[in-house]
Design a protein around this ligand. Structure first.
Ligand code: PGA
Length: 265
């Protein structure tokens, strides 16, 4: 297939069935609230054109995932350490995440990196996730932008590290979530045009590092996504989906976001 057609087909498919990741972070406060939020999310998700991946705190993950029998929602852990078991107080392992019926795991979220997670940690976690057939959602993003474009070097270094243990043929088994730290929890998302530029950069970098198959890598955007910007980001940002924080923990706002990407305009 000529490259342009392939590109258009890929973009059309991404826009038609975007992936939404609901990153609940450290919310909600109690198990009963988590059940309620999940019950609402489950209904809302039915109207989403693509899959919805819920990433609850790990104490709720197993219960929610075991009780769920539908097809629309998948589950992700917000973090896991590489391996099966070990003397690591306070940690959960990739194997435990898999056993809890999650199929995805966030790796290297900015809030984990701020708490001390290193590039080496992300590399080990990505390798471990893939070895257990979990899909790593590799989060990358710079703290600040500069006119000199240093952020591109920074993202390249994060990608190089995170994909360090990934075989060339497995690159497209990962998802990359680009989340500029300055947009996380902010009042405005990044403009879609800038995301488009970053998506091209990420793809080009991985093709350079790992070969042509990285062309099919799915890239998501995260940072202040809501009903006012989701549609434009999906249409113009060259992304396969959105990583949603705050708004995913408020059923009404999450419903509004999903409506905004489904209703014809
Ligand atoms: P936000 O968070 O939607 O609240 O900005 C996104 C994230 O950190 O994943």
């Amino acid at each position: 297939m000529p490259y342009e057609y392939e590109l258009y087909a890929r973009i059309a498919a991404m826009v038609a069935k975007p992936i939404l990741i609901a990153n609940w972070k450290m919310h909600p406060r109690a198990r009963s609230d988590a059940r309620q939020l999940f019950a609402a999310t489950r209904k809302i998700a039915e109207r989403s054109p693509g899959p919805v991946i819920v990433a609850p705190p790990s104490v709720y993950l197993s219960e929610l995932a075991s009780a769920y029998t539908g097809k629309k929602i998948q589950f992700a852990a917000q973090h896991a350490r590489e391996g099966d078991i070990g003397a690591y107080t306070g940690e959960i392992s990739m194997a435990q995440v898999k056993d809890a019926k999650a199929r995805f795991v966030l790796v290297g979220h900015a809030e984990r990196r701020a708490a001390g997670e290193s590039d080496d940690d992300t590399r080990a976690q990505v390798g471990s996730a893939l070895s257990l057939s979990l899909t790593p959602i590799i989060c990358v993003g710079e703290r600040v932008r500069s006119a000199g474009g240093e952020h591109f070097h920074f993202i390249r270094a994060q990608l190089r590290a995170a994909f360090g243990d990934v075989a060339d043929g497995a690159v497209q088994k990962c998802l990359v979530a680009y989340e500029p730290i300055w947009a996380i929890g902010a009042s405005e998302a990044m403009p879609p045009r800038q995301m488009h530029e970053m998506a091209i950069f990420i793809r080009k970098t991985l093709v350079e590092l790992r070969g042509e198959r990285a062309q099919n890598l799915k890239i998501l955007y995260g940072g202040a996504v809501d009903e006012s910007n989701a549609r434009a980001m999906l249409a113009e940002g060259d992304v396969a989906g959105l990583l949603v924080g705050r708004v995913s923990t408020n059923a009404e706002e999450f419903a509004a976001l999903i409506r905004s990407i489904t209703t014809k305009q």
